[in-house]
Design a protein around this ligand. Structure first.
Ligand code: ATP
Ligand code: MG
Length: 315
């Protein structure tokens, strides 16, 4: 059974310049213990999708349609109190660029212990003990538990964020660009930590990235987002080796392979569309070298082909 099912999710930002359809009819599901990667360029709706899963979207944004069923319960119709209890306990998120949001005047063990005390009725000492264990678990020795954030490297701060997000054993962990901005070696270390924790804590994970090559090995399946929609979804291996949507193909060509096979990189011409007044038809057509007449007129629907779900007229 799926742990999380997202059906026809629509999340819009109502701005003075018009309505930005940041998430525009997104469907996916994740089974227990599965890892889903959500990839795409900047502004395509990845973070908005992730925030919706915990009802963290705030004005001018609003979930306007769809269903989010988590562990048999409908997130969208939950009371605020139910959502409060769920956040950090059943579903946790490491926000994009969250390392910078650590409290600069509080030790890291204290910050982790506060998260535990929000959800569990244990003493402060017990919570601090748990925090130390958790720091060990994420590869920061407990001798550093009294460190302040400024004493830690970027990679270590990200470990602290992951420690915080996993300390209450969530069923679902959302990681929004957990390795962006870290150097390649530290990226690898953090991804290997995520793999370890996944096995040890039986986590189900949504991981967001721009670059498929970085997360392909960590994920079971990948959804590629473009302009608020999932344009292709498949197993990680199949998507990486045999991308079908021209956007997925372009995205993969645009990043270097982490395994060192040197190929000429090809940036994707143009920029993602503005979401307030997107082009008609397939939203990728202005940047697609295969675009035909139908692509300019009719929006493709996502269909199954050779084990992939793909939204392209030419596939
Ligand atoms: N607070 C906001 N107010 C208005 N519009 C917003 C707001 N946040 C996001 N948007 C709109 O939603 C779109 C999707 O944003 P989102 O942050 O979900 O993208 P993303 O894929 O996570 O991008 P990035 O890779 O840069 O993090 C943006 O292009 C923008 O048009
Ligand atoms: Mg984002």
């Amino acid at each position: 059974m799926a742990l999380l099912e997202v059906k026809n999710l629509k999340v819009y930002y109502f701005t003075r310049k018009g309505t930005a359809k940041a998430v525009d009819g997104v469907n996916f599901s994740i089974d227990k213990n599965e890892t889903l990667g959500l990839i795409g360029e900047s502004g395509c709706g990845k973070t908005t999708t992730a925030l919706s899963l915990m009802r963290f979207v705030t004005p001018p944004g609003r979930i306007v349609k769809g269903k989010i069923v988590f562990d048999g319960r409908d997130i969208i119709s939950m009371s605020n109190e139910e959502i409060r209890l769920l956040r950090g306990k059943e579903i946790s998120i490491v926000f994009q660029a969250a390392q910078n949001a650590l409290n600069p005047v509080m030790t890291i063990e204290k910050q982790i212990s506060e998260g535990i005390l929000e959800h569990e009725s244990i003493t402060e000492d017990e919570a601090l003990e748990r925090a130390k264990n958790q720091l060990n678990l994420v590869g920061i020795g407990d001798e550093r538990s009294k460190s302040y954030p400024h004493e830690l490297s970027g990679g270590m701060k990200q470990r602290v964020m992951i420690a915080m997000a996993t300390v209450c054993n969530p069923k679902l962990l959302i990681l929004d660009e957990p390795v962006t901005g870290l150097d390649v070696i530290v990226q690898r270390q953090i991804l290997s930590l995520i793999n370890d924790l996944r096995a040890k804590l039986h986590l189900t994970i949504v991981i967001i990235a721009h670059d498929l090559s970085v997360i392909a090995e960590t994920c079971d399946k990948i959804a590629v987002m473009y302009a608020g929609k999932i344009v292709e979804q498949a197993s990680a291996v199949s998507l990486y080796k045999n991308p079908m949507h021209p956007y997925s193909q372009a995205l993969i060509k645009a990043y270097p392979s982490i395994k060192g096979e040197k190929k000429k990189l090809k940036s994707i011409p143009g920029a993602p569309p503005r979401l307030v007044n997107p082009p008609p038809g397939c939203k990728f057509h202005p940047r697609c070298s295969y675009a035909a007449d139908i692509c300019r007129k009719k929006e493709p629907i996502i269909r199954e082909k050779e084990g992939h779900l793909v939204a392209c007229h030419l596939n």
